[in-house]
Design a protein around this ligand. Structure first.
Ligand code: CA
Length: 514
């Protein structure tokens, strides 16, 4: 890692409105990644579809509305179906098929029980220890993490909230080891012990020990929801950066709205008063608490006159939970999208995303261009003006700066890939070991368990209700080829069929059996 060029290139240009190719030193922008956990595409009053839905009317997120009016809304932004693969892709720029942290991590060297005992598939030994900054760590992906590059370029790198990059008991568990200067609340845990200050966020309760949120002792015993406590700490950390005259990178990774679903008393009653299911009312209160955090951070930036030179990227790490723990009918909480968290259907992977960048990104604009979570890595480096980067890993992500500039991506109909050769647990549409490609409006899903494919035209069928495999075999073959080539290129891991002892076929080879 060398040659960090922190000269910020105004060939991005629009600030000066000229084709001046000279390099001019200006203050690099502050960058905030505001990552919500398990938030679905419809869990907001901002419509991300071409029409408003009942969910848009249920959830109240005025600060997301404000952010969207000041920035660009992305209608087709993708993550992976579960937490850790998304977070590792964000921190490494690698696709999950390549980094092999294909499922959510728990404790060091721990394989999930449901993966050990699956009736039909023997799952590969994936990188269950997550991301590691150290070469040779077992069952972990060694990579140059994004915050490390930002820190070396002079950024004050702040981690607040949920980490979940590495399993508990590993070096990658601690964000400080991944290039963050400050860590508040991040561990190998994938959820908080409790959202309540009156329960000390799970600290001191034996059965909650692995999920207790650290670093928040000053809020213990107080009626302050976790989301708010983390926001107060994030503002303190930004203040430190400002005092020290350093640009900052804030990774504001809320535990909300992951389970345990607990009511935020600031907002709960009005949702209960609408007569909706009490779990859903609690969920809605957590969404609004998250939105209040966004508003508080935006207000802070304005008050400190930082708003003009601060980029905010709003994103979620997977689709909204719908298979378990929610009120109402399963697999319906992301409608019009099918299914939810854990699924490769759109409900599990399509995310609410907004980017604000004053002077660069047009306010109140919409991009229908598609992108995926690993694209954040090269995009953020480009935003920070960091060039000539050498990383130990190969980067799969592509900068989406053209979309931010209101242009199209150079790569026409670029394929996006998902690879999940694992077991999540609950069942439902699109849930289970699979590999997926999206190219243009077409999406092919390949299920490992029965080597079956599904084909959807997302433009005509956003709800993935009409499988077109039988009517469009040419498209199936084309996409199966693209997907198979990619899986081979990255040497993707595949499960083994327990009944035959054979590895799951590549998608193109499965087609030849028909
Ligand atoms: Ca998640």
């Amino acid at each position: 890692m060398k040659n960090y060029n922190i000269i910020y290139l105004l060939s991005l240009g629009i600030l000066l409105g000229a084709c001046d190719t000279k390099k001019i030193e200006v203050a690099p922008p502050n960058i905030i990644v505001f990552l919500v956990d398990d938030m679905g595409w419809q869990d907001t009053s901002v419509p991300f579809w071409d029409k408003e839905t009942p969910f848009n009317r249920r959830y109240q997120t005025p600060n997301m509305e404000r952010l969207a009016s000041e920035g660009m809304k992305f209608t087709q932004a993708y993550a992976t179906p579960v937490c850790t693969p998304t977070r590792v892709s964000l921190m490494t720029g690698m696709n999950a098929a390549r980094h092999r942290v294909t499922n959510w991590t728990s404790a060091r060297d721990k394989i999930h029980g449901m993966e050990k005992n699956h009736p039909a598939l023997q799952f590969p030994i994936w990188n269950m220890n997550g991301l590691s900054p150290v070469i040779g760590d077992s069952h972990a992906v060694y990579a140059t993490p994004l915050p490390e590059l930002l820190k070396q370029a002079g950024y004050y790198t702040i981690h607040v909230g949920k980490a979940h990059f590495g399993a508990r008991g590993t070096i990658g568990e601690n964000p400080i080891n991944l290039g963050f200067k400050v860590n508040i609340g991040g561990t190998g845990a994938g959820q908080p012990g409790s959202y309540l200050g009156t329960e000390n966020y799970g600290n001191g309760i034996t059965k909650l020990k692995p999920w207790a949120v650290p670093d928040l002792n000053e809020y213990f015993g107080k009626d302050i929801f976790l989301t708010e406590a983390l926001t107060l700490e994030a503002i303190k950390a930004m203040d430190t950066a400002v005092t020290n005259k350093k640009p900052f990178f804030l990774y504001m990774a809320h535990y909300a709205v992951h389970t345990p679903i607990m009511g935020d008393d600031q907002f709960l009653q009005k949702y209960l008063d609408t007569g909706i299911d009490s779990t859903e009312a609690k969920y809605a209160s957590m969404i609004e608490g998250m939105d209040q955090s966004l508003g508080n951070i935006m207000d802070y930036l304005t008050k400190k006159n930082l708003d003009k030179n601060t980029i905010i990227l709003f994103m979620s790490d997977n689709g909204g939970l719908s298979a378990v723990a929610r009120g109402g009918e399963k697999h319906t909480h992301n409608k019009p999208l099918a299914s939810g968290k854990g699924s490769v259907r759109e409900g599990g992977i399509r995310e609410p995303m907004i980017v604000k960048w004053p002077g660069i990104v047009k306010s109140n604009s919409v991009s229908d261009g598609y992108l995926i979570i690993e694209d954040f890595y090269p995009t953020i480096l480009e935003m920070a003006g960091i060039t000539n980067v050498e990383t130990v890993q190969k980067i799969d992500g592509i900068s989406f700066m053209p979309l931010l500039n209101g242009e199209k991506m150079k790569e026409k109909d670029r394929p996006l890939f998902w690879h999940y050769p694992n077991e999540w647990g609950p069942s439902g549409p699109g849930i289970g070991a699979s590999s997926v490609v999206r190219k243009g409006d077409w999406k092919l899903i390949y299920y490992h368990i029965d080597e079956r494919t599904e084909l959807f035209d997302l433009k005509e069928d956003i709800g993935e209700q009409h499988d077109l495999v039988a009517s469009n075999p040419e498209k199936v073959r084309e996409l199966a080829t693209v997907l198979s080539d990619y899986l081979q290129t990255v040497n993707a891991q595949m499960p083994i069929h327990k009944n035959t002892g054979l590895k799951v076929s590549l998608p193109i080879n499965a087609l030849k059996q028909y």
